[in-house]
Ligand binder design. Structure first.
Ligand code: ADP
Ligand code: MG
Length: 256
């Protein structure tokens, strides 16, 4: 079993306090949903775990598989088995999707253990079929001209190809119609198992009808204010973030 442990994390972005004492422990075999109003620090958490240069960590620790994550370079974090599906995937003209995937897989493997072209193609065909992706998408430049839904599907293709130990999926459901949402959910459920852990960041409950989380955490103002099981997401859908904040006696500004 592998554990990702976030302890008392405090993060600044451009000198503004965003995370204010964030605590969370996730084990492989578990799926945790992180929900919260916009602007509350969810993407900042993902950026801090993956080592994005825009975040400044002023206090706290992140441990993964016995390693002090904050001392690892970004590529070392990926090689350790951490994966991030970003909220806004970048377009990389000049690099095809297939080239990118093969390089990503091989970057995590030792010399002498690189994936063969044949195994790669077989795996790619297999995973693209699961996600209902047309074959030609493999040869298109990475995310270039992809629709919002295609980009999200492509993030899940990366997840299935790279098979990380641990994935943070940031608003993987945003902008998806119901068919795409089901395909994306199928992909995530495909990864589910004892050797995989995930933090699913989402604003809405809808994805969690298809990917049932083991735990749900509500984040407001840079920290977890309430945790529960999947039923907490349903409660949230009924009451809204404002209702939950009122229940907890919190007075937080909300953009929603
Ligand atoms: P969420 O993902 O919960 O919607 P974010 O983590 O993206 O929230 O943002 C938290 C806060 O940090 C917001 O107030 C946002 O405006 C601010 N922020 C995020 N990224 C930047 C940035 N690059 N520069 C300045 N402020 C930022
Ligand atoms: Mg966000």
């Amino acid at each position: 079993m592998t554990t990702l442990e976030i302890k008392n994390l405090h993060v600044l972005i451009e000198d503004k306090k965003i995370l204010k004492g964030f605590n969370l422990t996730v084990k492989t075999g578990e799926i945790h949903a992180i929900m919260g109003p916009n602007g509350t620090g969810k993407s900042t958490l993902a950026a801090a775990i993956m080592g994005h240069p825009s975040v400044e960590i002023t206090e706290g620790e992140i441990w993964f598989d016995g390693m002090n994550v904050l001392e690892l370079e970004v590529d070392e974090r990926a090689r350790a088995g951490l994966f991030l599906a970003v909220q806004y995937p970048s377009e990389i003209p000049g690099v095809t999707n297939a080239e990118f995937l093969r390089a990503s897989i091989n970057a995590r493997r030792d010399e002498g253990d690189k994936i063969s072209i044949r195994d790669f193609i077989e795996k790619l065909d297999n995973k693209m079929a699961i996600l209902d992706m047309p074959e030609e998408m493999a040869e298109r430049y990475l995310n270039e001209g992809f629709s919002g839904g295609e980009k999200k599907r492509n993030e899940i293709l990366q997840l299935l190809m790279i098979e990380p130990k641990f994935a943070i999926l940031d608003e993987i459901d945003s902008g998806l119609d119901i068919d795409a949402l089901q395909v994306v959910s199928k992909g995530i459920n495909e990864m589910r198992g004892d050797d995989f852990g995930s933090i699913i960041i989402t604003h809405y409950q809808r994805l969690l009808n298809f990917v049932i989380p083991d735990f749900v955490h509500i984040v407001m103002d840079g920290r977890i204010v309430k945790s529960g099981d999947a039923s907490l997401a349903k409660q949230l859908e009924k009451e809204g973030y404002k209702g939950i904040a009122d229940d907890l006696g919190l007075n937080v500004a909300m953009e929603e």
